[in-house]
Design a protein around this ligand. Sequence first.
Ligand SMILES: NC(=O)c1ccc[n+]([C@@H]2O[C@H](COP(=O)([O-])OP(=O)(O)OC[C@H]3O[C@@H](n4cnc5c(N)ncnc54)[C@H](OP(=O)(O)O)[C@@H]3O)[C@@H](O)[C@H]2O)c1
Length: 285
Amino acid sequence: MTKSLTLQSCAVLRDGAQIPILGFGTYELESKDAYNAVTWALESGYRHIDSAEWYENERGCGKAILDFCRSHDVPRSSVFYTTKLKYNDGYEGVTRSIQKSLNECGLGYIDLYLIHGPIGGKTARLESWRAICEAHKSGKLKNIGISTFGIKHLQEILDFCSERSLPLPSVHQIDLHPFQVRSAIVEFSKRHGIILEAWAPLVRGLRFKHPSIVNLSQKHNKDPAQILLRYSLQKGYVAIPKSSSHTRIASNTQIFDFELSDNEIQDLDNLDEALVTDWDPTDCD
Ligand SMILES: NC(=O)c1ccc[n+]([C@@H]2O[C@H](COP(=O)([O-])OP(=O)(O)OC[C@H]3O[C@@H](n4cnc5c(N)ncnc54)[C@H](OP(=O)(O)O)[C@@H]3O)[C@@H](O)[C@H]2O)c1
């Protein structure tokens, strides 16, 4: 089934919108470097770019997308652009952040807008969601979701949506890889029709030399990054690997000509060590 995946494959969000299953991450790329990397990514066939207010590279990402679309004569709508809210700082503050992100990227609308993390407390999170829903209603944000939420945070937002008849989150972006499988959060998100997006799908390079990864790499004649990305896609996740290297950006797309077996996926799941590569606010108040 998953063998038929291609670089153009998309997952379908709850309202029918499509999100390309392989995206390009831009964390720790300054705006000018992000411009180059996003350009290489688009030239390599990615059609999904992940940025954030926090990364301070929305301008570089947006400009790279617009320049690519112009020079290749493709519509802006052919590229799926995500950005994220930095702070849960109240309805007015969030509304300003959304407008700032729109101005920075220059893309006219944002394909996916996420609450970057749950920090700030329940009231702040729900105010963020209320502001995001308003911008979604006006068409500025085509799809909306959350990132790095624990089950408590997810339940609270689902209850709020049901009380206020607000749209539910479509996407949950969270760290997911064989060394951090987050079974309970994954199961909960899936049960509520929320598509999972894997950040740090390459484990930030921290486990490329793990014997199980090396073994699969030799067996399939693929590099460790390609094994990890294939795992992500076969788990049904949207993966957003980052690289600053033209060569690695391209090689990370070469994952559609092989398949991991069910047993290999199970063996990879068994490597779970709840490894945190960046931050983990899933238990915050
Ligand atoms: N929502 C959140 O809270 C959150 C948190 C973290 C990340 N993210 C998003 O998820 C994206 C991906 O996560 P991440 O950047 O943390 O980690 P990642 O994609 O797992 O790993 C990136 C690292 O792997 C290296 N790399 C990439 N391709 C490689 C290859 N083929 N061979 C060897 N090394 C390779 C990169 O180095 P080079 O650059 O030198 O290639 C970089 O050091 C981010 O960029 C960001 O967009 C979201």
